[in-house]
Design a protein around this ligand. Structure first.
Ligand code: ADP
Ligand code: MG
Length: 686
């Protein structure tokens, strides 16, 4: 039972003033379905504005607040030209307030000629005129302009504006109850942390390290505690010992010898599988290290032992790719491999479901559709999870509810996860490392090129394609919202298509699934030479003949993500190149990060650097969607585990100090808050 105090936080967003069906959609798209989600929807950054008397005092590109007299409205006849409102500051400098599309209606209302207004926005130059495009605020004199000098910038979806989201967050904060403290008083005082509710409020109000630290700590604590509950529970569960006789593995006809690291990892997995405690092993190997073959060997052991195995992929595209390559590899062994995704319908789906139930399918590859309630197995004893970091903890554990015994789990990740993070995400698990790349791989030449040299880049791509090799072109991540990413990709695709015709295909997240597959397959078969994409190709795509990667506005991507993207090339024996196209204005950190990309291909180093640059607050990034039905473990158990969880959380925060207090009841509230109690026995269908 959820503590009553939390009820206001778990109310639907529709219970907030001003939220109807129209606003609910974009909120849902951002995963903001409940009041709690809004409270935890932290600003991506803050804009700090400077109040200036005249625009002479401000620099180009600066965020300002200035009082202006409206002198003239221009436009309205040509719908494609921007709508301009001319206004002047106190010394007569004229600037344009510029509006595109429907925003001009607002301008007409907000800016009557002859009146003074406070205007907030970014000052830019347009030709020889200064302008502010789509001012953030237009307020009448005597308004509360000065209070808005520091303002949060939230992630948006289409249909939302900054003031809308800010207003909803404010309402959500007003409904946030004071909760009992789960941290020890001494710790809170020592760190100078605000209480939970206060920390939330401050985290929305401006840069506030103490508040963010505290909230990060809470999340780590919830996670550490939940993992302990899971582990405590796991110790009581039995796995099914799987002893393979090698009969299937012997028949594998791999076109290459395994690397030492692969052989060692397979042996480690084999050692785990014969135990009657369920395996929980992370297979960590940089992109291209050859994790797939290791997973296959593991799954074949399960099949040799008369059981079934499943491989869970994070996306449809990847599930298909894995299916194709695993089916081909497994062919000579006689193991029967099937694909099951949410998109399979009708007879084909029925037949797969039957096969899983009667055991005529040995290995199933799919998206999380393979763990839905309706999917039954004859004897599922091993699960491989690809690109683990894409899955929430809840999802990972849901699969534990599938068998009479807990399945053996092998999690594979290409993003090298720093040790502190593996601890936070998985607790105690065993790790196999593929620290040796298959022979013959060459370093990927990485270059940073200005976007202004786009023509040369395109010419380079053309030469590359003419030589018979393939290339990726990754479009900028626009960040404001997903639709903008799509628009950028569409635009780039259109211009590249003029040059390359049918050799180009496009993939982005909003394409119809079968169009996406068709494009990917066309590229994988080599019929298309250039794949233009948003970041959907980030993980796992394997086309060895693609040896050139262009990444536009590389400065907008995180290091780990760039590393993942770059890992799409350099998979064959040909020399590969990665071009990082950068915009004109680079911050110093952005410059450093791109330089680091050029310098190293060591995923570990990049991941750690990435973590450092992003800061601890985003440490986990695995907030649960909340649809997991769960019960809360009993208070005694929490109270017993809490001190250790604190130790773990503190370790993760890299801080020292002792803790004696037991605050089990408060911690129970915390677990609810993060929906982080997923003792395995309590999961749906378990
Ligand atoms: P990842 O670890 O990124 O998932 P994959 O399993 O997709 O890597 O393997 C990358 C490529 O390397 C594939 O084309 C695969 O066939 C090949 N490969 C895997 N193991 C070896 C090996 N021991 N020797 C040569 N090539 C290998
Ligand atoms: Mg892979």
């Amino acid at each position: 039972m959820r503590p009553d105090a939390l009820n206001p936080l778990f109310a639907e967003t529709e219970t907030l003033d001003g939220v109807g069906p129209k606003l609910k959609k974009p909120l849902d798209r951002l995963g903001l379905t409940r009041v709690r989600d809004l409270v935890y929807h932290f600003p991506e950054r803050f804009v700090t504005r400077r109040a200036v008397g005249t625009i002479d005092e401000a620099g180009e590109g600066e965020q300002i607040v200035v009082k202006l007299l409206v002198i003239e409205h221009r436009g309205g006849r040509n719908p494609r030209a921007p709508y301009r409102v001319l206004a002047q500051d106190s010394v007569g400098n004229v600037l344009s307030l510029t509006y595109f599309g429907r925003a001009s209606y607002t301008a007409k209302k907000q800016l009557p000629v002859g009146e003074n207004r406070w205007v907030a926005g970014k000052l830019e130059r347009y030709g020889d005129m200064m302008q502010i495009v789509h001012p953030d605020h237009v307020l009448e004199e005597g308004g509360d302009t000065l209070q808005r000098l520091c303002e949060p910038v939230y992630r948006l979806a289409e249909g939302l504006t900054q003031p809308k989201v800010a207003g909803l967050v404010e309402q959500a904060l007003a409904r946030t109850p004071e909760l009992p403290e789960w941290c020890e008083t001494g710790q809170v005082e020592r760190e100078g942390w605000p209480a939970w509710r206060e920390a939330l409020r401050r985290a929305h109000g401006g840069e506030d390290a103490a508040a963010r630290d505290r909230l990060a700590y809470d999340e780590l604590l919830a996670n550490a505690l939940a993992l302990m509950l899971v582990r405590a529970d796991n110790r009581q569960r039995k796995g099914q010992p799987l002893r393979g006789d090698g009969s299937l593995r012997d028949r594998l006809a791999l076109p290459f010898p395994l690397t030492g690291a692969q052989t060692r990892s397979i042996a480690e997995i084999e050692g785990d599988l014969v135990q009657d405690t369920p395996m929980l092993r992370l297979l960590q190997g940089d992109v291209g290290a050859g994790k797939t073959v290791v997973a296959l060997a593991g799954m074949l052991i399960a099949v040799e032992a008369g059981a079934q195995a499943a491989l869970l992929a994070p996306t449809e595209i990847l599930a298909r790719q894995h299916y194709e390559s695993l089916r081909r590899l497994a062919e000579p062994t006689g193991a029967r491999v099937a694909l099951l995704t949410g998109r399979d319908k009708g007879r084909a789906r029925e037949s797969t479901l039957m096969g899983l139930l009667d055991g005529s399918i040995d290995i199933v590859i799919g998206t999380h559709a393979i763990f839905q309630d309706k999917v039954g197995y004859r004897n599922l004893a091993m699960v491989v999870i690809d690109e683990q970091h894409r899955f929430g903890v809840g999802q990972r554990l849901m699969l534990a509810s599938k068998g009479r015994t807990a399945p053996h789990v092998l999690a594979m990740t290409a993003t090298p996860i720093p040790r502190t993070l593996t601890l936070a995400q998985y607790g105690e698990l065993d790790v196999s490392k593929l620290d040796e790349l298959p022979p013959g791989r060459q370093a990927i030449e990485t270059r940073v090129v200005s976007l202004s040299r786009l023509d040369e880049v395109a010419a380079g791509v053309e030469r590359h394609l003419t030589s018979g090799q393939q290339a990726y072109w990754v479009c900028p991540m626009v960040r404001e919202n997903e639709n903008d990413d799509t628009a950028a990709a569409e635009a780039r695709y259109a211009s590249l298509k003029e040059r390359f015709g049918d050799d180009v295909v496009l993939v982005h997240g909003q394409l119809a699934p079968d169009m996406k597959d068709a494009a990917m397959e066309c590229f994988a078969r080599g019929e298309a030479k250039l794949l233009v994409a948003t970041t959907v190709i980030e993980v796992g795509v394997d086309v060895p003949n693609a040896t050139l990667m262009v990444i536009e506005q590389a400065e907008r991507f995180g290091l780990a993500q760039l590393h993942q993207l770059r890992g799409r090339v350099g998979r064959g024996s040909e020399k590969s190149t990665c071009l990082l196209l950068r915009g004109d204005q680079l911050s110093e950190t952005a410059r450093d990060r791109l330089a680091l990309m050029r310098e190293t291909q060591d995923g570990f180093r990049l991941a750690e650097e990435d973590l450092r640059l992003r800061g601890g607050g985003e440490l986990l990034g695995t907030r649960q969607s909340g649809d997991t039905a769960f019960q809360i473990a009993d208070l005694d158990q929490i109270t017993r585990l809490l001190p250790v969880a604190h130790d773990d959380a503190r370790l993760l925060m890299e801080r020292d100090g002792g803790l004696e207090g037991k605050r089990g009841a408060a911690a129970r509230v915390l677990l609810y808050l993060f929906e982080r109690d997923f003792g395995v026995k309590t999961l749906r269908g378990g």
